[in-house]
Ligand binder design. Structure first.
Ligand code: KIV
Ligand code: ZN
Length: 507
């Protein structure tokens, strides 16, 4: 019996180029370098580092990334003009990605060129790149809305001019998997160089279309971390890679176990949150609440987990809520070393459901609090951090500033921070101190309920996350929003640290 070697698909990651074109994203030089280093560690084949002709700063950062000597090849984007290509050549990159529109609408309204001018610019640009001994990937932009005879004519001419690979951009995301397969097969009748695919997610089909292109023979996929990119974004790196490895049984150079940390890093540096139900890297991607699910996964993970969470750098999370079952709550409590009797467990589950029925989110701290009351003992109240005192200053023409004094693992620490408001300042000061023990960040902050007049009770729900992606939620209520925020934060950090200590993850 012969076993076939799995197909090896290349990944070109464009987080630093198309991803940076995400509205609202602007990365600093240091951010871009940090992301490039992580992408190389992750194992992508090519990093599209930027668009050098767009600004002097961009040119410098692409050059700086090219100088890092990373394992991934470094690519620069360039329009089909001599000036753009010169800017890319100045950066000493391994590969120049030259693009020019080929669809009637973009040729006329985006660049105001005739088809003949587009054809000759493409050919001259590729020849110019190749004359300098640099690899060239060529993109007929908006390929999927181009007229087929013209598209094929440009592709053939580009191949003759020496392009090393052809990228097929679905610039406005209008393909479906079936039309994508037909298109790639058609292009393959005239093209012999490797084909790349670059899909946008305007109809939520970027990943499906990229995979269809691979099925039809594309050798490389353009992706962006967390699916960042123009408008609805590009094909998400983590989804494409997980599908290629797990569903198609193909290979890439990516170490899938680093997918989650990479997603977290990019979300933090770009300031673009990842939706909770996003595949692979969303907070809920490996979370289970309903009774039948938690029972299933604790008995046999395969029941409701198509992927071992560890394979993509995640851990399973069982969540208490109105749909929760006994097994899930039992497992959740056991994780932190609490072992109620059967009768106590039934009572705890009932109380969790009552809380859930009131429309409340049941935080990890809530679960411990009601478990304590059912078991008649104080549980999870050991404190690794404890607030001694704090002060906040805010006002007109004053930068909101907070100072806090904390006991951290038996030692006293003081820190001060400024913020956009008093809550921001004080929470920043707390994390500044707790980072001495473990890197913990505030993942979510919600002012859940305010009742009454100016003396109303504010209820704050927070989620904190450690470096391993363990998330713990907590709440606190007070007439003073700053105090409610601080209490919830300290509560959450304590629960997270205790959970890690109980599970032997002490840093
Ligand atoms: O979406 C697109 O067409 C692009 C090109 C620059 C390839 O990003
Ligand atoms: Zn694009």
């Amino acid at each position: 019996m012969t076993t076939q070697t799995p197909r090896r698909i290349r990944i070109l990651d464009t987080t630093l180029r198309d991803g940076e074109q995400t509205p609202g994203v602007s990365l600093t030089v240091d951010d871009k370098i940090e992301i490039a280093q992580q992408l190389s560690k992750l194992g992508v084949d090519v990093i599209e580092a930027g668009f050098p002709s767009s600004s002097d700063g961009e040119k410098k950062v692409v050059r700086d990334i090219a100088k890092l000597g990373l394992n991934s090849e470094i690519c620069a984007l360039s329009r089909a003009t001599k000036g753009d290509i010169d800017a890319a050549l100045d950066c000493d990159v391994d590969l120049i990605h030259v693009f020019i529109p080929t669809s009637p609408v973009q040729m006329k309204y985006a660049v105001n060129l005739t088809p003949e001018q587009v054809l000759s610019s493409a050919v001259e640009s590729i020849e110019y790149v190749k004359k300098h001994g640099v690899k060239c990937e060529f993109s007929p932009m908006d390929a999927t809305r181009s007229e087929m005879p013209f598209l094929l004519k440009v592709c053939e001419a580009a191949q003759k001019a020496g392009m090393d690979s052809l990228n097929v951009p679905d610039t406005v995301g209008i393909m479906i998997p079936k039309t994508m397969i037909t298109l790639i097969e058609k292009i393959k009748t005239v093209i012999t160089v490797p084909i790349s695919i670059h899909c946008h997610d305007d109809f939520g089909l970027a990943v499906a279309n990229s995979l269809a292109a691979v099925e039809a023979g594309a050798a490389q996929v353009h992706t962006a971390v967390n699916g960042l990119g123009e408008r609805a974004g590009n094909a998400s790196l983590e989804e494409v890679v997980a599908a290629l490895h797990i569903l198609y049984k193909f290979k890439t150079g990516v170490n899938t176990r680093l997918l989650y940390v990479t997603s977290r890093m990019v979300s933090t540096l770009t300031g673009i949150p990842v939706q909770v139900n996003k595949a692979i890297v969303g907070e809920n991607a490996f979370a289970h609440e309903s009774g039948i699910h938690t029972r299933g996964v604790t008995e046999k993970p395969l029941t409701f987990e198509p992927i071992d969470p560890e394979l993509v750098g995640r851990t399973r999370k069982l969540v208490a809520g109105k749909l929760a079952g006994t097994r899930g709550i039992k497992a959740e409590l056991e994780e932190v070393g609490i072992h109620p009797t059967e009768a106590q467990l039934d009572e705890i589950v009932q109380r969790v459901k009552q809380l859930g029925d009131k429309g409340k989110m049941v935080t990890d701290a809530d679960l411990l609090a009601l478990t304590s009351s059912v078991m008649g003992q104080v549980l999870g109240e050991e404190k690794i951090i404890d607030l001694c005192d704090m002060q906040v200053v805010t006002g007109i023409k004053v930068i909101p500033t907070a100072s806090v004094r904390l006991i951290l693992d038996g030692k006293e620490y003081i820190a001060a921070e400024t913020g956009v408001g008093p809550v921001d300042a004080v929470l920043k000061a707390i994390t500044k101190l707790t980072n001495n023990l473990e890197m913990i960040r505030l993942k979510e902050y919600r002012l859940e309920a305010i009742t009454g007049g100016s003396n109303a009770v504010a209820e704050v729900v927070i989620k904190v996350e450690d470096e391993k992606g363990i998330v713990v939620s907590a709440r606190a209520a007070s007439e003073d929003i700053v105090m409610a925020s601080v209490e919830a934060m300290i509560n959450g950090i304590n629960k997270l640290l205790l959970k890690n200590h109980k599970q032997g993850n002490k840093p």
